[in-house]
Design a protein around this ligand. Structure first.
Ligand code: HEM
Length: 172
């Protein structure tokens, strides 16, 4: 998985809990001191999960709280800064979500070893969007926090829930 996810976590933990907590998270995950994460480097899924468990321990958060905090930070601060163009192209959460499969496909094309999640869209009426998640990583649980974060970014009240391998998003 791309190092960009770890970079985002580093930024979040350092800003909200302090640099010491980030160091503690890495120590808890038994990540060697010389290990360096960049936006483009490849990071093993087990390493990412280990770091998340480390952060949860260091910052006294449940995994659920951490995924929510990560989703909010990614969608309201980190991604709008690093991947600005995608946010400039979309005027609403709905537009960005409908472009998300394309975004993941395109932005990982040039990155070696990237294996982006894929999304299939299904509408039930014009207010309920079902996003079917397809990835061997089984990280569907990360989606609600990320999508609620998009709602905050675009100042929209979205209701999000996971149903099996899909996420139901209700627009106002
Ligand atoms: C413009 C905003 C976004 C960008 C640029 C982006 C980009 C990325 C990148 C680069 C990865 C790593 C892929 C890899 O290593 O192969 C990733 C993973 C992931 N993204 Fe996004 N993402 C964005 C928003 C979102 C949102 C809003 C969601 C929720 C629906 C989402 C869901 C996921 C999930 C669940 C993963 C984990 C990898 C997996 O499940 O296979 N992303 N994203």
């Amino acid at each position: 998985m791309k190092g960009t996810i770890v970079k985002c976590m580093e930024e979040l933990v350092t800003k909200q809990f302090g640099a010491g907590k980030w160091q503690e998270s890495l120590e808890r995950a038994r990540i060697p001191k010389e290990r360096c994460f960049t936006v483009f480097c490849d990071v093993d899924e087990t390493e990412v999960m280990g770091i998340m468990t480390g952060i949860a321990g260091a910052a006294s958060l449940s995994m659920e709280q951490l995924m929510e905090a990560f989703g909010e930070y990614w969608s309201t601060v980190y991604a709008p800064h690093i991947y600005e163009a995608y946010f400039a192209d979309a005027t609403s959460a709905r537009e960005l979500l409908l472009n998300l499969d394309h975004i993941h496909e395109v932005m990982t094309k040039s990155i070696k070893l990237a294996r982006p999640p894929r999304f299939r869209y299904e509408w039930k009426g014009d207010k309920l969007l079902i996003m079917h998640y397809d990835s061997s990583r089984r990280l569907v649980a990360l989606m609600p926090g990320l999508i609620r974060g998009l709602g905050k970014y675009y100042k929209e009240r979205l209701t999000v829930r996971v149903v099996g391998n899909a996420v139901h998003v209700r627009f106002p």
